[in-house]
Ligand binder design. Sequence first.
Ligand code: B12
Ligand code: SF4
Ligand code: SF4
Length: 353
Amino acid sequence: MPGTAAGITAADVKRQAAVQGFDLCGIAPAAAHPELAFLREWLDRGYAGEMGYMHRSAERRMDVRQVLPSARTVIALGTLYNTERPYSTDSDDPRRAAIARYAWGDDYHVVIQKRLDALLDWLRAEAGAGFEGRAYVDTGPVQERVYAQHAGLGWIGKNTCLINFDAGSWIFLSEIICNLELDADAPSLDQCGACTRCLDACPTGALVDPYVLDSTKCLSYLTIELKGSIPAAQRDTIGEHAYGCDVCQEVCPWNRSSSMAASSAGAWQPRAGLDGPRLVDLWSRRDDDLRTLLKGSAMKRAGVRRLRRNLAVAIGNSGDPAAADALESHDEETCRDPLVAEHVAWAVEKLRG
Ligand code: B12
Ligand code: SF4
Ligand code: SF4
């Protein structure tokens, strides 16, 4: 096998990963890990909601050897993204937007893909002819948390997030699947114990059982992935969440003193305008202005139209009757979009009672 012939060791790969800016690196075998099989039942129960791509790529997600038949190893990589900013659960002002921590700064897909490409180039050069590899950061049909757990990066907690013993769970995952034979790390062991804080704190009951998340109830899904109307019965539960949700991680004891991003702190600092903004201030910005704000950020996934849909619901939940005027009077193209207008009407009615 080319990797061993070239003499690359797991220690070499880890050193080079650190050079490229990765905070964590571990090696998992490309094997039939038992947790991979949970995906089928999860999909059958309808927990993926409208995320059709999860169904379409299910076979490949069950085993990376479906993605790269020659795969022997998954090099699992972690990038910390925590910054010195308060948690959403520390705020008692429902007029302020809760925006998920991972989305405050630059788009992690772009930042991390550059590092992955550099690591892949290094592997290709060191391993020589015969090397095969694929690099993904949330972009491929891979159950990233399972391989990260088997590579020793952390365990999959009851909130379903990958938690590192020292660094907590504010970690972006990425990986290189390749045909090198490298010494694998020991898998991480579950440290959740008897704790159930995440299940108790989830505002929607989306964690239907320990380790099982129903996306159709999750605020991250409802505010980011769902393209159409947010079901009326679920709008109250959105609270002030304008984009994503961090509650089940914020309450986790392993994040009480979680490590700050070191290698790339600048990239994850909140952009001006996304640092605890008032809901009404975000709503009152012009479409062009919002497009500029989202450019180069992970939030562009939802786009301005869906952001306005979410803001309308969150403003409706803010209990601030004065905000109803702001909702009705702001006249931008995306405010007139039927999807947005319908959520505005719901919010105005709720605020004026
Ligand atoms: C689809 C998806 C979502 C969906 C579904 C989430 C989910 N839990 O599956 C939605 C839109 C809800 C979502 C939300 C978020 N996501 Co997301 N998401 C993904 C994606 C693309 C696939 C995840 C997947 O395969 N789900 C399938 C189900 C079956 O997996 P699972 O729920 O994790 O369940 C596992 C275990 O819990 C276990 N299991 C399942 N059932 C059972 C039963 C028992 C008894 C046991 C013991 C175990 C067990 O097996 C499963 C193994 O895969 C990954 C990227 C990737 N390609 O992996 C990112 C990813 C998981 N997301 C990520 C992030 C950051 C988030 C959010 C924090 C964003 C936010 N702030 O709003 C939230 C967190 C919500 C949460 N608590 O998970 C990161 C997580 C990093 C980390 N440290 O864990 C990832 C890895 C992206 C990345 N490259 O960094 N996400
Ligand atoms: S992200 Fe929010 S809504 Fe989703 S499971 Fe965690 S606490 Fe619940
Ligand atoms: S809050 Fe408790 S149960 Fe949930 S993931 Fe963290 S340690 Fe595990």
